[in-house]
Design a protein around this ligand. Structure first.
Ligand code: ADP
Length: 630
């Protein structure tokens, strides 16, 4: 063993370790594979674990070692594992029995390298190597130089030493809890535990002078738990190992520490990585992963026949972020380079991408909604404005129609008024007579009433025609009725112009939903245009026909005349505003008619009749299809 050769060799260890770490896996993989293979078979490595498989410290280091070997050799290596269980079976008999057993077991497959994890494995192998593998190289790992000296390893045993520096762990506690006044050190009752306590006593001698220091030892697990739970809050608790308690009960140390830390009255620290997640705030430790990989590199060198020497396994500070938070300790008081485990990243850190995406999507969506609302309001406004314009235009159009029809309406009105006057005069003459004929007078009065009603109807129609609307009055009505009332309005004018009116009234109603006065205005526009178109026609052939019916599931009214028709090239432009062929025309009648019809979901079109004259066709959606079909 190198230790005897002393300090010079250990000085080299730092350099060697740095070189090992720098070279990384590529170097090892290539150097192992390129060097002349010393074996004509896969090399064999036996890993000896000191305890059983539940002791995480050694199994973690062993796993890291195994993966390093497989990674570097491309799995062309045989790795065997043996759990010596020397803590639960500390008797010399057991160790001797294991020695004999392993000697026989590996008789036909002697390992080329034996890795002894922990000092118990190292002493075991140094006593039994002759039986198990007399020619194997031995690499011991997982304990400090001082322990190695104590167990007096043979000179050819290489060590990957790891010093569990309890002082560094205590210093970590001091920097986190500068106001602590009490120091408690916990250690179990196994040989290993007691050795640890002795080491801690000497290493912490100076440190403990600043505290009221109490060593909790030789206690049962229940006593440990109880004492730890009653320490003053300004205390530091340092847990070493508890492989056995005062009653001789065996424990996995981290399980014992977990029970103690669960109800402890102050933060608990420990020198093992495996204590993290078991209620310990942190400590200075060899990380078992790095130990395993360091040992792996030594094994690879040994297999490749390279010279190997002792090295120090890297050590570091580790801390549990959850415990720091639970005890109100600040991460910034940790020694520089501390590995902080179980750091709970904030929601933002974990999900910043998704959150940003979501917020972005929401903003985008909100933007879209705002734009759509804005657009909708704009559309409503535009629709409202266009409705107002339409109403204005319709009203002007109605006034124009009324103006155009005024002569014939006045003439029409004249008839009942004259009749009333004549009848009144006749009645007055009768009354002035000696014995007035009361029956006749009664009849005359009835006639007067009748004529008055006719005059009232004519005035009512005019009033309806001129009524100004502020909003569309939606109502359901029969298209045939509106056609009849339009015909009543123009019949006087038609008569004056020598035009014969025709209509076909279908048996069933043609219900539509619109503003009745507007639809009537459309029919009046078409009728007056038709009458204008026939002004040049021969008097006997002036006929204006109104035909209502259903076409393509829609209510339809056709207004046909016997005029000259519309020049084919103008059929498409007659509905444009300001298109007129009349001297006093405005060219607005048909464009207003189209605006009205389209407002109620309908269409308007024009064509010429083969026999002469034009036909205008207006179709509007039927309000009740079923009723109509029935
Ligand atoms: P205006 O009656 O003031 O001219 P309109 O928009 O009502 O305006 O009509 C536009 C033009 O369409 C008319 O000037 C006319 O040339 C033509 N037109 C409309 N109806 C007929 C019809 N029944 N026969 C022939 N031409 C017509």
């Amino acid at each position: 063993m190198a230790l005897g050769k002393g300090a010079g060799r250990l000085r080299c260890a730092g350099l060697l370790l740095a070189a090992l770490l720098l070279n990384a896996s590529y170097c090892y993989a290539t150097s192992y594979l390129m060097s002349p293979a010393p074996f004509d078979r896969a090399p064999r490595v036996l890993i000896l674990y000191p305890y059983d498989e539940r002791i995480a410290a050694t199994t973690a280091a062993g796993e890291a070692l195994r993966s390093r070997l497989f990674e570097a050799t491309g799995a062309k290596i045989d790795v065997f594992s043996e759990f010596l269980d020397l803590s639960r079976f500390p008797e010399a008999d057991h160790a001797a029995r294991m020695g004999r057993y392993l000697g026989e077991k590996y008789a036909a497959r002697r390992p080329d390298v034996i890795v002894a994890l922990g000092k118990e494995s190292a002493s075991f192998v140094s006593r039994n190597r002759g039986r198990i593998a007399p020619d194997a190289k031995i690499i011991a790992a997982g304990f400090g130089n001082s322990s190695a000296e104590k167990i007096d390893l043979p000179n050819d045993v290489i060590g990957a030493f790891s010093t569990f520096d309890i002082l560094k762990t205590a210093e970590m506690a001091r920097s986190l809890q500068p106001n602590a006044r009490h120091l408690y050190i916990i250690g179990g009752s196994s040989d290993f535990d007691r050795q640890w306590l002795a080491t801690a006593r000497s290493k912490l001698e100076e440190f403990s002078k600043s505290y009221e220091t109490i060593y909790l030892e030789g206690l049962t697990i229940e006593e440990f738990i109880d004492r730890a739970s009653h320490v003053p809050p300004d205390s530091i608790i340092v847990a070493l190992t508890v492989f056995k308690d005062g009653k001789g009960r065996n424990f996995i140390p981290r399980e014992a520490i977990r029970q103690i830390a669960a109800t402890a009255g102050a933060p608990v620290y420990g020198p093992y990585q495996t204590y993290i997640d078991y209620g310990v705030v942190g400590g200075n430790t060899v990380t078992f992963d790095s130990l395993g990989r360091t040992v792996g590199d030594l094994v690879l060198d040994a297999i490749a026949g390279k010279p190997v020497s002792d090295i120090q396994a890297p050590q570091t500070y580790v801390a549990d972020a959850r415990q720091l938070r639970a005890w109100g300790l600040s991460e910034k008081d940790l020694p520089p380079g501390t590995i902080v485990m179980y750091k709970q990243r904030s929601f933002w850190e974990d999900h910043w991408l998704a959150t940003t995406g979501m917020i972005g999507a929401l903003l985008l969506q909100a933007g879209f909604i705002a734009a759509l609302l804005f657009e909708r309001n704009r559309r409503y406004d535009a629709e409202r404005r266009s409705r107002l314009h339409l109403l204005e235009a319709v009203h002007l159009n109605q006034s124009a129609t009324a103006g155009a029809l005024s002569a014939s309406i006045a003439h029409e009105l004249n008839q009942p008024l004259s009749a009333i006057r004549n009848n009144a005069e006749a009645a007055s003459i009768l009354l002035r007579g000696g014995s007035p004929d009361m029956v006749l007078i009664q009849q005359i009065l009835l006639d007067i009433q009748e004529d008055d009603k006719r005059a009232g109807d004519i005035i009512g129609r005019m009033r309806g025609l001129l009524k100004k609307r502020r909003e569309i009055e939606w109502q359901e009505f029969d298209l045939g009725d509106v056609t009849s009332s339009a015909m009543r309005i123009i019949h006087g004018e038609a008569e004056r112009r020598g035009i014969v009116l025709h209509s076909n009234r279908p048996p069933a109603e043609l219900p539509v939903r619109a503003d009745k006065v507007h639809v009537q205005q459309v029919i009046l526009n078409l009728a007056t245009n038709a009458m204008d178109a026939m002004s040049e026609a021969v008097a006997i052939s002036r006929t204006l026909t109104f035909a209502t019916g259903v076409a393509d599931e829609k209510a339809e009214i056709c207004v046909a005349d016997t005029g000259d028709g519309i020049p084919e090239e103008h059929l498409s432009s007659i509905f444009e505003p300001f298109y007129t062929t009349k001297k006093a025309g405005t060219g607005l009648g048909l464009s207003i008619a189209r605006a009205i019809v389209e407002t109620y979901g309908g269409t308007i079109s024009a064509c010429n009749r083969p026999e002469g004259g034009a036909i205008f066709r207006v179709s509007l959606p039927l309000a009740r299809h079923e009723g109509r079909k029935g």
